[in-house]
Design a protein around this ligand. Structure first.
Ligand code: 3SL
Length: 238
């Protein structure tokens, strides 16, 4: 039986034991979807970095530099945080240093917490992720990145979707109201995720910045099977 917990914001992470669990970091729009896309398109590794300055420092170690704050690409970096920047051979064989407003901070927050594994969550490989977690059987902690420590809808919806997919593969034990709420929310929204999320704050934020195409891409269900997780200090193909 797999125990599942959902942490609705990094501000609540201190309340949850992550040691020896499979942690899934969830920043659906867009960081963890972009990381999964980069690895699927042949990037060797994505390093989650705290600050833009530290990211730029990695240029001398042959990293492509990628930086986003408040939804916008920062000047002076090779890339922002769009999954489309990782396609058409642009990241193949490359290492990427990425800093984002919320998602990369969450990866850093759990990287040294003794987790069994740390994965990047994404609708794009949801079924493959569920297969892995169900087979592995260790307790699962889903960490929603939210927005600047606040709850958000899209990461919570993904948590609900992943719980549903794991439950379809085996018995689960959910004694966590955040997880129960995520499952219920996903039932409401799943027939039209894009339509449901149009009212959300981050969907509106990214729409104003003309990132609609990115969101539609990130909300596709299981379009590849590549799983991405932390190997020592970097996100890599598992
Ligand atoms: O906060 C993050 O990590 C980003 O994914 C936010 S954005 O989608 O690039 O605005």
């Amino acid at each position: 039986m797999i125990t599942i917990e959902v942490v609705l914001s990094p501000a609540l992470l201190h309340l949850t034991k992550v040691k020896d669990t499979n942690v899934v970091v969830i920043d659906i729009l867009r960081a963890t979807s972009t990381i999964c896309t980069a690895i699927h398109h042949g990037a060797i590794a994505v390093r989650a970095v705290a600050s833009p300055a530290e990211t730029l420092d990695l240029k001398s170690d042959n990293y492509l530099t990628a930086a986003e704050r408040d939804g916008q690409k920062l000047e002076g970096f090779d890339m922002g945080n769009s999954p489309f920047e990782c396609m058409e051979g642009r990241v193949e064989g490359k290492k990427i240093a990425l800093t984002t407003t919320n998602g990369t901070k969450c990866i850093e927050a759990v990287a040294n917490a003794g987790a069994r594994n740390v994965f990047a969550g994404s609708f794009l490989n949801l079924e493959a992720m569920a297969d892995y977690l169900a087979k592995d059987g260790a307790p699962v902690v889903m960490l929603c990145a939210g927005w600047k420590d606040s709850f958000n809808l899209e990461d919570t919806l993904f948590a609900g979707a992943l719980i549903e997919a794991i439950s379809q593969r085996g018995e689960t034990f959910v004694d966590c109201d955040a997880a129960l709420m995520s499952e219920d929310l996903y039932k409401i929204a799943k027939s039209d995720l894009v339509g449901y999320l149009k009212k959300s704050s981050h969907y509106r934020r990214l729409s104003h910045l003309h990132h609609e195409e990115d969101m539609v891409y990130c909300l596709q269900h299981s379009v590849f099977e590549t799983i991405t997780g932390l190997v020592e200090t970097e996100m890599k193909k598992i």
